[in-house]
Design a protein around this ligand. Structure first.
Ligand code: 6PG
Length: 468
């Protein structure tokens, strides 16, 4: 019998996705050059799971029924090109290749053109949810060749996470839309992770809360509509995980964070599009800052700030911290979604941000109950340029801003680094400034470079002979 679907790359994501597909009664073939990965997957084949794994590309392609659907789950960059090159001699016109990795969107645009010349349908599809998501229900962000997607829709809808019966997968838009949306998803992921870590730091070093109280607070926050989300949920779990000796594991993990680049791409491309995403930028910066460990140890001795001891009411502090976390998380989503709004026009993606918010409600790393509020905001106004302009969201932010400001004041007084929180508040304060001091910057540009400026009282472009 012929197989419905093929997966190239049987690492954690590929293997789990293939098992997910097979558990939904689709016959799935897998290809990997690593015999161990192939053998271990083959052992999962049984009466209920039609699986065949192989190291032989020709055999793999022959297993799949035509027109074939083959998904690549290999590291982004060169490995994707080599996987495509190894498949091509065995494929036929009309076959579909899906790139399920964290591919940079311009690579997808290039491959789309190269493959369409050969009659192969190609589309990029961001997949989120980590190992467990891949196995039991990820969020998936497909874009590109819509006809090809439609053919595979039954498989993807079957294996996706569901929220109130709706699958967390839907066609998003033209070209590299799927990879672009996944990239921004990751930028938001970086931002939220940074914000949670700053709140944790304020609890620990700022308010001197004990580990158990900190853990319990995150667990409780995850029971509230404002903060219930995957990243808060895992934070509560992480903070109670014990090491072998019974002590808390978190206190033994080094503060040196790695990254694979998707957050940085989000910031880089936001700058190209001239869309401000300062919380995401701060998150990328702080991962880089984390790598300056030896310098920080030296600087800790030299750059001393003795903060005044302050009387704190712990329960009030926790309420303010909750406001600050809610406020800054919403502002982070607003930045990412505003980037998507602009990118959609710039790259002709034709994105519907209501669909993006809908897909992100489940399965993915940034899933959260508040995404339902965002979805509603786009239902009310589909071309909303920024979530902060939605009446409901604006009023909830306004309610939480006193707590946000109190937390920043406390952090500044204590000398604790909170660039994610600060950048979120500054973004909010800049966005609600009908007049910014950029008039002075325009004047300076004209003063030293005759770069000209516009006026508020007259039409036209002006240059002044400034008095030296
Ligand atoms: C997901 C994640 C995932 C990403 C990791 C690691 O949605 O499942 O975004 O795709 O690879 O989060 O990212 P960094 O290594 O850059 O932290």
């Amino acid at each position: 019998s012929k197989f419905d679907f093929g997966i190239v790359g049987l690492g954690v994501m590929g293997r789990n996705l293939l098992l997910n597909i097979a558990s939904h009664d689709f016959a799935a073939a897998g290809l990997d050059l690593d015999t161990e990965k192939v053998n271990s997957l083959q052992q999962e084949a049984d009466a209920n799971h039609t699986i065949e794994a192989t190291t032989d590309v020709k055999h793999f392609v022959e297993l799949i029924q035509q027109p074939r659907a083959i998904m690549l789950l290999v590291p982004a960059g060169k490995p994707v090109d080599s996987a495509i090159a190894s498949l091509l001699p065995h494929l036929d016109k009309g076959d579909i290749i899906i790139d399920g990795g964290n591919t940079y969107f311009t690579d997808t645009d290039r491959r789309f053109l190269e493959l369409s010349e050969k009659g192969i349908h190609f589309f990029g599809m961001g997949i989120s949810g980590g190992e467990k998501g891949a196995r039991f229900g990820p969020a998936m962000m497909p874009g590109g060749d819509q006809k090809a997607y439609e053919r595979l829709r039954p498989i993807f809808e079957a294996i996706a996470a569901k929220v109130e019966g709706e699958p967390c997968v839907e066609y998003l838009g033209n070209g590299s839309a799927g990879n672009y949306v996944k990239m921004v998803h990751n930028g938001i992921e970086y931002g939220i992770m940074q914000l949670i870590s700053e709140i944790y730091d304020l609890m620990k070093r700022g308010y001197n809360l004990d580990d158990a109280t900190i853990q319990k607070t995150f667990e409780e926050w995850n029971q509230t509509d404002d903060l219930r989300s995957y990243l808060i949920e895992i934070t509560g779990k992480i903070l109670k995980q014990q090491d072998e000796d019974g002590s808390l594991l978190i206190n033994k993990i080094s503060d040196w964070a790695r990254s694979k680049g998707t957050g940085k791409w989000t910031s880089q491309n936001a700058m190209d599009l001239q869309v401000p995403v300062p919380t995401i930028d701060a998150a990328v910066n702080m991962r880089d800052m984390s790598k300056t460990k030896p310098e920080r140890i030296e600087a800790a001795e030299k750059l001393v700030w003795n903060s005044n001891p302050s009387d704190v009411n712990t329960s009030e502090a926790i309420i303010a911290l909750k406001s600050a976390l809610y406020f800054s998380i919403v502002v982070t989503y607003a930045q990412g979604l505003a980037q998507l709004h602009t990118a959609s026009k710039e790259y002709n993606y034709g994105l519907n941000l209501e669909t993006v918010a809908k897909i992100w409600r489940g399965g993915c790393i940034i899933r959260a109950t508040i995404l339902e509020d965002f979805r509603k905001a786009y239902v009310a106004k589909s071309d909303l340029p920024n979530l902060l302009l939605d009446g409901g969201i604006a009023s909830k932010l306004t309610q939480n801003q006193a707590g946000m400001r109190a937390v920043i004041q406390f952090a500044v007084q204590k000398g604790l680094p909170v660039s994610g929180l600060m950048n979120s508040l500054s973004y909010f304060d800049a966005y609600r400034s009908a007049n910014l001091p950029t008039n002075l910057i325009q004047a300076q540009r004209d003063f030293f470079g005759a770069h000209t400026y516009e006026r508020i009282d007259k039409e036209g472009v002006f240059h002044t002979q400034w008095a030296e």
